[in-house]
Design a protein around this ligand. Structure first.
Ligand code: HEC
Length: 459
């Protein structure tokens, strides 16, 4: 997918290059009557470069995860039509949550005014302006992690063995000898040219042996893991390029007992840079106690896991599965009774499907009949596993239901590319798009999932 999109982009850049790119800068009479000496109303240095620096440059820079840098006038000007297109379709910056559902912290989406600014700049002939017009860079943006109390690294350096996508789980010992609460999380990708996402799970003490066995069964550091970790594990935090995680909601935290392990699932994508070495880690803020223990609650329809329970038929362009349930018993079970009567607070969430996923939605079906949107993903993209924190936490009340809906496109055009063994000699010899097949729930590359993940506390 990325390869064909990149190709499209290059084609687009070339067309742009031959076409309207180098129109002379007109003296502008647009906007609040700038005098002739004021120059164009919108310029690269004054308006566009800061916008790109704030919203795009974390990935579009030399050595970044995006396939090209947007660091100077020449590159931005050459790609301006592709930039316009990608921001209007909201494929860029990557942020899967649709508009008009609810509001989130650290939402990098461009405002309508920012879209207008880009349009106007292009209409004016993409004037460069003067470097000295550039505003002071905004240094107030922080990672959001107020304190680093513990840094945990992958035990060894790893070099991806499967290209272009390698999903690897690394088992890291949990060093604390007392019960601790994680109150903030940030991942530090070791090599951000290849690290596409990181999900940290907590392996509880009773499961640690299983992870060690999975690790020992494969040569090299860690083990291959695709949809999950291969054994039960609780979600701790996630990172994808551009996501800005940090402190959790004040005075809430996730408990970790001594003897646990952290399972770090790292998705490597080597398409742009080839297989390079990586040693990724996480930084945590820890506290001995919190006012409210938080729980990370994955939820789904248990019957989807039954054989035949979540059929996604071969060729179906829009297979859909949806359900709503009363979460009272489930929340009580998972929180060891801390959330007892169906009332709890949701601070943020994520949704998880695999590569055939196309759309998804998580909501609260209110007891009085209304339905409150928590996350609406109009175009799922497996590459961007983001967590979405609410600006205003939401309270689920007794009698409310949680609703979850996933759609998949299982047509021929939406299949993944993979290395395949075409002559049956046991070695992969071609990289090609797979044929559609009947799909069900499962952990593997060609299986699917539909999972909501909530960060909650008791009221
Ligand atoms: C979180 C990382 C990230 C951020 C932030 C980001 N991009 Fe991208 N961008 C990518 C990656 C990776 C690709 C390659 C295609 C893909 O994998 O989706 C890409 C591709 C593109 C493309 C090629 C066409 C396309 O849609 O695939 C354009 C144009 C683009 N980005 C513009 C922008 C602009 C403009 C911004 C800021 C408003 C931005 N990007 C922010 C990572 C990012």
């Amino acid at each position: 997918m990325s390869a064909s999109r990149l190709f499209l982009l290059l084609a687009l850049a070339l067309t742009v290059g031959c076409g309207e790119a180098s129109e002379p800068v007109e003296s502008s009479n647009n906007g609040a009557d700038p005098g002739p000496e004021d120059g164009p109303a919108v310029t690269y240095h004054r308006d566009i470069a800061p916008l790109i620096e704030a919203n795009c440059a974390s990935c579009h820079r030399e050595g970044g995860i995006a396939p090209f840098a947007l660091g100077d006038y020449t590159s931005v000007n050459a790609l301006k039509m592709a930039i316009k297109d990608s921001v209007h379709t909201r494929t860029m910056p990557p942020w899967l949550a649709g508009q008009h559902c609810t509001t989130y912290v650290n939402d990098p989406s461009l405002s309508d005014a920012q879209l207008d600014l880009i349009d106007t700049w292009i209409e004016l002939g993409a004037p460069e302006g003067e470097p000295e017009d550039a505003p002071e860079p905004d240094r107030t943006q922080s990672s959001g992690l107020s304190r680093v109390d513990s840094t945990l690294m992958m035990p060894e350096i790893y070099k991806p063995q499967f290209e272009p996508d390698d999903y690897r789980c690394f088992v890291i010992d949990w060093p604390e000898d007392k019960t601790k609460f994680v109150t903030g999380f940030r991942a530090i990708p070791g090599n951000d040219a290849i690290v596409h996402h990181v999900i940290a799970f907590i392996g509880t003490p009773d499961n640690v042996e299983r992870y060690r066995a999975l690790d020992a069964a494969e040569p090299g550091p860690g083990y291959t893991c695709y949809g999950g970790t291969g054994a039960r594990a609780n979600w701790l935090g996630s990172w994808a390029p551009g996501s800005n995680t940090g402190d959790f909601w004040p005075d809430t935290g996730i408990k970790i007992e001594p003897g646990s392990a952290i399972i770090l699932q790292v998705h490597y994508n080597t398409l742009n840079s080839g297989a390079l070495e990586d040693q990724t880690g996480i930084e945590l803020r820890l506290d001995d106690s919190v006012a409210k223990e938080a729980f990370v609650m994955p939820f789904t329809n248990p019957s989807w896991l039954d054989p035949g329970g979540m059929p996604i038929a071969k060729g179906d362009e829009d297979a859909k599965h949806a359900f709503a349930f009363d979460p009272t018993n489930f929340m009580s079970y998972i929180s060891d009774g801390a959330i007892a009567n169906g009332e709890f607070i949701v601070y943020g969430l994520g949704i998880h499907m695999h590569s055939l996923g196309s759309k998804g939605r998580i909501g609260i079906a209110r007891a009085d009949g209304g339905d409150e949107c928590m996350l609406d993903v109009p175009r799922w993209d497996f590459a961007w596993q983001l967590a979405y924190g609410f600006l205003e936490p939401k309270t689920v009340k007794p009698g409310d239901k949680l609703s979850l809906e996933c759609h998949w496109d299982n047509s021929a055009g939406n299949q993944v590319f993979a290395h395949v063994d075409t002559d049956g000699d046991g070695e992969s010899d071609a990289y090609q798009q797979l044929e559609p097949g009947d799909v069900e729930w499962g952990e593997g590359t060609q299986d699917e999932m539909c999972l909501g993940v909530l960060y909650v506390t008791a009221p």
